[in-house]
Write a protein that binds this ligand. Structure first.
Ligand code: OGA
Ligand code: MN
Length: 297
């Protein structure tokens, strides 16, 4: 199947034409998709109708070991989407109604509006995330991205020298609370301790260096926390300058794939109390994960 690559911005991000994830893909097409991801970091594949959850999962499995949440209850009881591979990123509760204001899950979803990379708070991180658009509001709700390889390239040499070798602690709860969610209980904290990762790493698929920080970043090993937070603030401010940002405007049926190892992303505002946005995510991981303690939305 031929793949045409149509850049979505001058910087990075591309739409892959001639690919339909609902159909079986041959090895050559898959290799082209991976090569496009290595170069463009964010790739959209459009469809005239949303792929089913099963098709979404089957395609994701071709890109690496997949995240599987805990086995879910029956549909309609506790979970809107029955598949343990799918993270429900919609603003809908288990019976398909827009979350109530008081619903803790709504507050946690809003943490997605902070610049982040998926699952940096795990030792075995997310590589690709695949977000499928089932219902999108008419206005707003773009997803914004930054290519952290370009950010690294643009940093002054003396800054770069100071960052190499630093080890960052990433915590799930840190960003949830920053996003306006409630403080976790001691039990929740203990169940999900921070993970450590190098601040600067080589992005394997492209061989380029990338900065790896996110709203989950809560400390630097061997540094006082306040000093670490100051550095994160400086770097995040630098990284999210308009010249680095690309906004994806969703089309119904889009499956958007991004590489978490070299990008930041965030959800943007929309009327999440009045409009339905049904987007569903699968996630690939660096390695197969067994026995992870909790399901992470
Ligand atoms: C995600 C995410 C952003 C969005 O699914 O990981 O951050 O726009 N989504 O929904
Ligand atoms: Mn995310």
């Amino acid at each position: 199947m031929p793949t045409a690559i149509e850049p979505m911005s001058p910087k990075y991000g591309a739409r892959l034409k001639g690919v339909d994830i609902r159909e079986p893909l041959d090895a050559a097409t898959l290799a082209e998709i991976k090569a496009a991801l290595a170069e463009y970091a964010v790739c959209a594949i459009g469809h005239d109708a949303s792929p089913t959850d099963e098709q979404h999962i089957a395609f994701s499995g071709l890109l690496g070991p997949m995240e599987r949440g805990k086995e879910k209850k029956f549909a309609g009881v506790g979970e809107r989407i029955r598949h343990p591979e799918i993270v429900d990123q919609s603003n809908l509760n288990e019976v398909g109604e827009i979350y109530a204001d008081s619903d803790r899950r709504l507050a946690y979803k809003r943490a997605n509006r902070l610049w982040h990379t998926d699952m940096s708070f795990f030792t075995i991180r997310a590589t690709y995330s695949l977000l499928a658009a089932h219902i999108v509001p008419a206005v707003g709700a773009d997803t914004e991205f930054v290519d952290m390889r370009a950010v690294w390239d643009a940093l002054p040499q003396e800054r770069k020298a100071k960052l190499e070798g630093l080890v960052v602690e990433h915590s799930y709860w840190h960003s949830r609370v920053l996003g306006g969610g409630p403080e976790p209980s001691a039990e929740e904290l203990a169940a999900h301790p921070p993970a450590r990762h190098k601040m600067v790493h080589v992005h394997e698929p492209s061989g380029r260096k990338s900065l790896y920080i996110a709203s989950h970043s809560m400390g630097i090993v061997g540094w006082p926390q306040a000093k670490a937070m100051e550095l994160f603030k400086e770097l995040m401010t630098f990284a999210t300058q308009p010249q680095f940002v690309f906004a994806h405007k969703w089309r119904l049926g889009d499956v958007l794939i991004w590489d978490n190892m070299c990008t930041l992303h965030r959800a943007t505002e929309f009327d999440d109390r009045g409009q339905v946005r049904d987007v569903r995510r699968t996630t690939c991981r660096e390695r197969v994960v067994v026995n992870e303690k909790m399901r992470i939305e």
